[in-house]
Design a protein around this ligand. Structure first.
Ligand SMILES: Cc1ncc(COP(=O)(O)O)c(C=O)c1O
Length: 461
């Protein structure tokens, strides 16, 4: 019997079992207290819950469904692969056809000479792998003392113990310390935090001097890698880097022999209007990590993609191989689904569409900022945007977090049929790349009404 035929008693029982029998990832006991949200069906940018209610998902299913839900092209590719060979591991000396085809595709679309892929199951594993690659790269070349990694405050990289060791957000780390030794944190560098009167370029240079001071203080010969999200994610509201910062980081890593890792798990695959955010800055890392939109949400897959210069070290004969792997990393059907997802991005020209609609969305968000003094910043690029609420825009005084204004707005939107992500008082918009102009207007209208309701409810200025 399908869920649409369940009685109210059966639905209630199901909801209770969800609460009792499952621990959700990053569970929110506060939100669970209002009851679990159970989704049954998806189509385009929409999902339907157990009661058949339809929601527009403005966060693209946790930043994954770049081409929308349930694309028949992907279903067909998966079905064909399931009938032919559902799985063979990418293990020791074995490959499958979709896996090598996907590696070819990545070599074609990734910037610079990023062309050698190590496939995994998630973004977290991709970052774990990148850290291990950098470590083994140095050890293999007689530099075992380069064990330190520079990361940045405010950045999220993974849920695993290695990954949280380089995650600069205390909430993710606090129960698990001590973590990996040698992880050091550079400041988060956000263009909107630059001092008044200072140009973006000047601010970048100041931040680069601080980074070089940190490298010299720690001693360059002890530092193996620097990991950063060139455009930090939804947790910090897509803060753009100051102009010249990323090229400057690249130059410092080259100067001191540090492997540069870019985490584009969240920002890759068209969300910024190009395949990858780093292309906006013309900077190519030594390793790029990918996940989320890579597979379009269809089947889990991630990768750490590196250059021939790094990969060559793992191909120097027996004993030099990269010591990493898992049973399902590079799953055959996941590769087939991902190839179909990337084909849709290309066929439907979704990179240009994201860039164009991003311009439109940014304009509409600007209008909202004119209307509501409670909106401090509008930040983002392409189809990744943050609406940052503040008590006082001029002094940048935040709202009292205890009020829960962001959560009020999220819940208001949910009741009116739209999934909205908030991180405290940062509202995040990251819809699927297939969003239309009419849907964009609908999203803006809902946020407009939700903010109006919050202004009235909390007596905001
Ligand atoms: C920037 C970034 N890196 C890594 C990850 C981890 O990816 P996953 O959740 O697939 O393990 C995330 C997930 O939110 C992310 O946003």
């Amino acid at each position: 019997m399908s869920p649409s035929e369940w009685t109210e008693a059966e639905k209630a029982r199901f909801r209770q079992d969800a609460l009792d029998l499952v621990i959700p990832h990053f569970a929110s006991n506060e939100n669970l207290g209002r009851g679990p949200k159970i989704f049954v069906r998806g189509e385009g940018c929409y999902v339907y819950d157990l009661d058949g209610k339809k929601y527009f998902d403005s966060f693209a299913t946790l930043l994954t469904t770049v081409c929308g839900h349930c694309r028949p092209e992907v279903t067909e590719a998966v079905r064909k692969q399931m009938e032919l060979l559902e799985f063979f591991p990418n293990y020791e000396d074995a490959f499958t056809v979709p896996l090598v085809e996907l590696a070819r595709k990545l070599a074609q679309i990734m910037p610079g000479d990023l062309s050698v892929s190590f496939f995994v199951n998630s973004g977290s594993e991709a970052n774990e792998t990148a850290l291990k690659m950098a470590r083994q790269f140095h050890v293999a070349q007689g530099r075992p003392h380069r064990f330190k990694t520079i990361a940045r405050r405010g950045s999220y990289h993974a849920t695993t113990l290695g990954g949280i060791s380089v995650t600069g957000l205390p909430w993710f780390r606090e129960y698990f310390e001590p973590l990996l030794p040698g992880c050091i944190f550079a400041p988060a560098v956000r263009d909107h935090e630059r001092p008044e009167g200072m140009s973006s370029e000047e601010y970048a240079q100041r931040c680069l001097r601080e980074l070089e001071d940190l490298i010299l203080f720690e001693k360059p010969e002890t530092i193996g890698a620097m990991i950063l999200d060139p455009l930090p994610g939804s947790n910090s509201g897509y803060p753009l880097p100051p102009r010249g910062y990323l090229p400057g980081v690249r130059a410092l890593c080259d100067k001191y022999g540090i492997v540069l890792i870019f985490d584009e798990v969240q920002t890759g695959f068209g969300k910024t209007g190009k395949w990858f955010f780093c292309e906006h800055e013309g900077v190519v890392p030594d390793i790029m990590t990918i996940g989320k939109g890579f597979t379009g949400g269809f089947i889990p897959l991630g990768a750490a993609v590196t250059t021939p210069r790094i990969a060559e070290v793992f191909r120097r004969g027996p004993g030099s191989e990269l010591r990493s792997g898992s049973t399902y990393g590079g799953h055959t059907v996941a590769c087939a689904a991902t190839l179909a997802n990337l084909a849709i991005i290309e066929q439907e020209n979704l990179l240009d569409h994201a860039a164009e609609l991003g311009e439109y969305l940014s304009g509409r968000l600007g209008e909202l900022r004119e209307k509501y003094p409670v909106i401090g910043d509008i930040r983002g690029i392409g189809l990744l945007w943050a609406v940052v609420l503040m008590a006082d825009r001029r002094t940048r005084r935040p709202l009292d977090p205890k009020l829960g204004v962001g959560s009020f707005i999220r819940e208001w939107c949910y009741r009116s049929g739209m999934i909205l992500r908030n991180n405290g008082d940062i509202l995040v918009l990251a819809p699927s790349l297939i969003i239309t102009r009419d849907e964009t207007d609908m999203v803006i209208d809902k946020i407009d009404q939700a903010i109006a309701a919050a202004v009235e409810n909390f007596h905001l200025g």
